[in-house]
Design a protein around this ligand. Structure first.
Ligand SMILES: [Zn+2]
Length: 273
């Protein structure tokens, strides 16, 4: 599961050449996901990883610095004997492993007992995506995790500095697409189902947190046999992403997760997740 922080739907649809190549060759699907509000990172990490909105999770702002009280995909994977990993921003470690983040203890995580067993966590917003994707590829090569979260910050960082319709923002999106191009084929060959989405979009003014379309509409690319290739115009609720991920992992969704029929779902027996 790849979360590209701050990636708008229109930027993904227009500027990610490799991802769109996969769609044109019937190897991937693209959905229009409507992000929950507030369109802030920490509440939306909780949406994507536990399937619960801010008023239930209590993670209502970026200042909610504490462990999640929900069952995350990491927790559920561990309960089912699956191996977990993440190359992600420190806030992910704070939500699911340990809070507050201690760089000395938490930056490199290898612990059988924590929800995220194998972690590489960065704590600067300008941590290069090239390093982040290398962290992720190394984790996958070394530990072969059943569930791996890969969470990049370069697009969000460029958006804040230059705005969501700037040349610099688009350049980061194109760069991230190239990095995916170099890595996705090997991960597919290893048998991974791959979801690529974002927490929130980005305003023209370089801000997010509100409810404009630029802030709320994000992409979800899916590379999996369970979803028919193509571009879907239906607006999918972001709360439907977590139960899709659990389904692809072969584990039961939690009680808190919404039931949702994904357009293009291929297996009629389990149409409702
Ligand atoms: Zn941001």
């Amino acid at each position: 599961m790849v979360i590209m922080d701050g990636l708008r739907y229109d930027a993904a649809a227009c500027s990610m050449g490799f991802m769109n190549h996969l769609i044109q060759k019937n190897m991937a699907s693209l959905y229009r996901v409507v992000a929950e509000t507030p369109t802030l990172s920490r509440p939306l990490y909780e949406v994507l990883l536990t399937g619960t909105p801010a008023h239930i999770s209590g993670i209502v702002s970026n200042n909610s610095v504490r462990l999640s009280r929900q069952r995350s995909i990491f927790h559920m994977a561990r309960e089912n004997g699956l191996t977990t990993a993440a190359a992600a921003y420190a806030w992910i470690s704070e939500l699911y492993n340990r809070a507050p983040f201690n760089p000395l203890l938490d930056r490199e995580q290898e612990s059988e007992r924590l929800p995220i067993q194998y972690g590489r966590f960065y704590f600067e917003d300008n941590y290069p995506d090239s390093h982040l994707f290398t962290d992720a590829a190394a984790l996958i090569q070394k530990y072969n995790p059943d569930f791996c979260l890969i969470h990049s910050m370069g697009i969000d960082f460029a958006g804040h500095r230059f705005g969501g319709e700037s040349k610099e923002y688009r350049a980061q999106v194109i760069l991230a697409d190239s990095m995916l191009a170099n890595l996705l084929p090997a991960w597919q060959n290893s048998g991974y189902h791959i979801l690529i989405t974002s927490d929130h979009g980005m305003g023209t003014d370089g801000l997010h947190g509100g409810s404009s379309l630029a802030e709320r509409l994000v992409p979800l690319f899916a590379l999996t046999d369970y979803l028919a290739p193509g571009i879907y115009m239906d607006e999918v609720p972001q709360l439907a992403v977590a139960p899709l991920a659990t389904r692809l992992l072969g584990i039961r969704a939690s009680q808190e997760m919404m039931k949702y029929s994904w357009p293009g779902w291929m297996d009629e027996r389990i149409y409702v997740l």
